[in-house]
Design a protein around this ligand. Structure first.
Ligand SMILES: [Fe+2]
Ligand SMILES: [Fe+2]
Length: 193
C-alpha cells in the first residue's frame, strides 16, 4: 500500500525551522521568565529532534553512506548539545553566564543544522528516495511517544505563560493531522467507530 506520510527530510527541515524561530525570540533584554520558557522549549525540541535523528534518520543514512565524515560527527555534536543543555538547566536565567551559554548552544546548533541541510538531507533525498515517506511515518510515531514523555517538563517550564506553549507538541500533532488527512478516505472511514 502506498505510504502518504510526509517525508522524513520534510519533517527534519520543519523541526529546524521551529528551533530557529525559538532562537530568534531570545534577546539579551528579554525578561527572565520569557528566556526560561524559550530555552526550555528550544532545548526540549532539540532533545526530541536529536533522538529521532539518531534512532531513525542516521541509521538509514549510515547504510546509504557508510563512513561519511559529516554523518560521523553528527552524533558527537548531539552529545555536545546535550551537555550544554544540561548546564543551562542547572543555571537560572538571571545567572550572568546564562546568555553566553545559550548563545554558545545556538551557534553550535546553527552550524550543525547547516551541515544537515547542505550535506545530509540532500544526500538522503538522492540515496533514500523510496524510503523517505516510510521513515517519515516512523518518525511521527516515535515523536508522539517522546513528546508524551517530555511534555510535563515543557509545560511546567511554560506556566508563566505568554510564550506560546509547546510548539513542538503542536508541530508533532500537526504532522499527525497532516498524515491522517493525506491518507485515503476509505482508510479514514474504516477507522471510525
Ligand atoms: Fe542533528
Ligand atoms: Fe537536525
Amino acid at each position: 500500500m502506498r505510504n502518504y506520510s510526509p517525508s522524513i527530510t520534510t519533517m527534519i527541515r520543519m523541526d529546524h525551522t521551529h528551533v530557529m524561530a525559538a532562537f530568534h525570540r531570545y534577546h539579551a533584554d528579554t525578561p527572565w521568565w520569557r528566556k526560561r520558557a524559550i530555552v526550555e522549549l528550544a532545548c526540549t525540541a532539540l532533545e526530541i529532534h536529536a533522538q529521532l535523528e539518531e534512532e531513525i534518520f542516521y541509521p538509514a543514512l549510515e547504510i546509504a553512506l557508510p563512513g561519511d565524515d559529516t554523518l560521523q560527527k553528527s552524533k558527537p555534536e548531539h552529545d555536545q548539545m546535550r551537555e550544554d543543555i544540561a548546564k543551562l538547566r542547572g543555571m537560572g536565567p538571571d545567572d550572568a553566564a546564562f546568555d553566553a551559554r545559550f548563545m554558545k548552544l545556538m551557534r553550535e546548533v546553527i552550524h550543525h543544522v547547516a551541515d544537515e541541510e547542505t550535506v545530509l538531507i540532500p544526500t538522503a533525498e538522492r540515496a533514500l528516495t523510496s524510503q523517505l515517506s516510510t521513515l517519515g511515518a516512523r518518525m511521527t510515531r516515535r515523536r508522539m511517544q517522546l513528546v508524551a514523555q517530555k511534555r510535563p517538563a515543557a509545560i511546567a517550564a511554560n506556566t508563566v505563560g505568554t510564550f506560546p506553549l509547546a510548539s513542538l507538541a503542536v508541530v508533532s500533532l500537526g504532522m499527525l493531522a497532516v498524515a491522517y488527512c493525506l491518507r485515503p478516505s476509505s482508510t479514514r472511514r474504516a477507522r471510525r467507530p
